[in-house]
Design a binder for this molecule. Structure first.
Ligand code: NAD
Ligand code: DAU
Length: 352
């Protein structure tokens, strides 16, 4: 079996659902159910004995030790994190706590467990750390995309905390021999994406007739990847990645934010036309994010060369599925827009 952390969040829940759709290998899913964690993402697994959900914190060493000793996973896939850049600007402490200290605790627990294994089990064990392209900093318009050899230049409290966790993972391999893998992925989108992030926020605001807040000039570039492709990339690296290596995962799909927003509006115009007029009328330029990285792009040739992975979706197919998913899942959307969500929206956007 495998231990997944953060498997009730956006990418983690997609990973668990895909994993169990493709294999009968059980998953223990450790998640603290922060504002971003949602058991409803995993509702289709209710009653499925292959999925063991544990409500708890990766920073709880006794809990993690107990889970490892009881379930004896052959791998840990570590998604759990604070993940939103804007929240890291408002309150960086939680990012250091979970992303740095939490990863440290998980590594120490993994090392303790790994040391109890016999030689064959030790060789087969993997600690897979799920990280981000933001650790590499910001690209200029003519720079080549991020390769695994790029220097780390994180610019936000979020990316600095992820960079720190990457360094810990690397050191636990180099010093203690823990068999680690790290993947650094670009911006994901798809089902179960919490509507604090650009794409789902634009969908839910548009459907509610609310302004679509675009930071600054909207010409910032991200490299968008459908979440199921990220999950297949992680599975490929977990299965065949070289121990101690890092692999960049990306969609070969650089797009400016404003073009993303127009694409979402056009799809909504087609799928759920608004009698009041085209959704693009709601686009509103607001104060920029402090320290906003201008451009991310991933060079995903290493994972393709070594493991044969490429994304299955184009942006056109992935974004259509995504918009349709939000239209089909109005109850999920209503449920996540709870009081705490409204507090965040008020805090973050009212002064912009
Ligand atoms: P998310 O915020 O949607 O989910 C995070 C999950 O972790 C939640 O279920 C939350 O409850 C859980 N969690 C938070 N703190 C915890 C703790 N202390 N102990 C246990 N569980 C805890 O995040 P996401 O977008 O799904 O990202 C998952 C991982 O992928 C993160 O490590 C993130 O850095 C990385 N990543 C995300 C993207 C992206 O575009 N979203 C891209 C590249 C990498
Ligand atoms: O690159 C990978 C990263 O992508 C992940 O590591 C992060 O966990 C994930 O949140 C994401 O970070 P971004 O900051 O790129 O994603 P976000 O959806 O917050 O913003 C995408 C772009 O859209 C960014 O340039 C900021 C802009 N934006 C965002 C919001 C929420 C807006 O213009 N308006 C908004 O309201």
């Amino acid at each position: 079996m495998i231990l997944v952390t953060g498997g009730a969040g956006f990418i983690g829940s997609n990973f668990v659902l895909d994993w169990l759709a493709q294999s009968d290998e059980p998953v223990v899913n450790l998640d603290a159910l922060t504002y971003a964690g949602n058991r409803a993402n995993l509702a289709s697994l209710d009653g499925d004995a292959r999925h063991v959900f544990v409500h708890g914190d990766i920073g709880d060493r006794a809990l993690v030790d107990g889970l490892l000793a009881t379930h004896r996973p052959r791998a840990i896939v570590h998604f759990a994190a604070e993940s939103h850049v804007d929240r890291s600007i408002h309150g960086p402490g939680a990012f250091v706590k979970t992303n740095v200290e939490g990863t440290f605790t998980l590594l120490e627990a993994a090392r303790g467990f790994w040391n109890t294994l016999d030689a064959a089990e030790k060789a087969a064990f993997r600690f897979h750390h799920v990280s981000t392209d933001e650790v590499y900093g910001s690209l200029k318009p003519t720079d080549p995309p991020f390769a695994e050899t790029n220097a780390y230049e994180p610019n936000s409290p979020y990316s600095a905390s992820k960079a720190a966790s990457d360094h810990l993972v690397r050191a636990w391999h180099h010093t203690y021999g823990l068999p680690v893998l790290t993947t650094n992925c670009s911006n994901n989108y798809g089902p179960y994406h919490f509507p604090e992030k650009l794409i789902p926020l634009m969908i839910v605001n548009a459907l509610a007739g609310k302004p679509l807040p675009v930071y600054g000039d909207g010409r910032q570039i991200r490299d968008w990847l459908y979440v199921k492709d990220h999950c297949s990339g992680i599975r490929a690296v977990l299965a065949g990645g070289r121990v101690g290596e890092t692999y960049n995962i990306g969609g070969w799909n650089e797009m400016a934010n404003i073009d993303i927003v127009h694409t979402v509006c056009a799809l909504l115009d087609e799928l759920r036309p608004d009698p009041a007029g085209a959704y693009a009328r709601l686009i509103t330029h607001v104060t920029d994010r402090p320290g906003h990285d201008r451009r991310y792009a991933i060079d995903a040739r290493k994972i393709e060369r070594e493991l044969g992975w490429r994304p299955a979706e184009t942006f056109a197919t992935g974004i259509r599925k995504t918009v349709q998913w939000y239209l089909d899942n109005a109850a999920w959307v209503a449920d996540v827009q709870s009081g705490a969500y409204q507090d965040w929206i008020g805090t973050h956007y009212s002064a912009r």
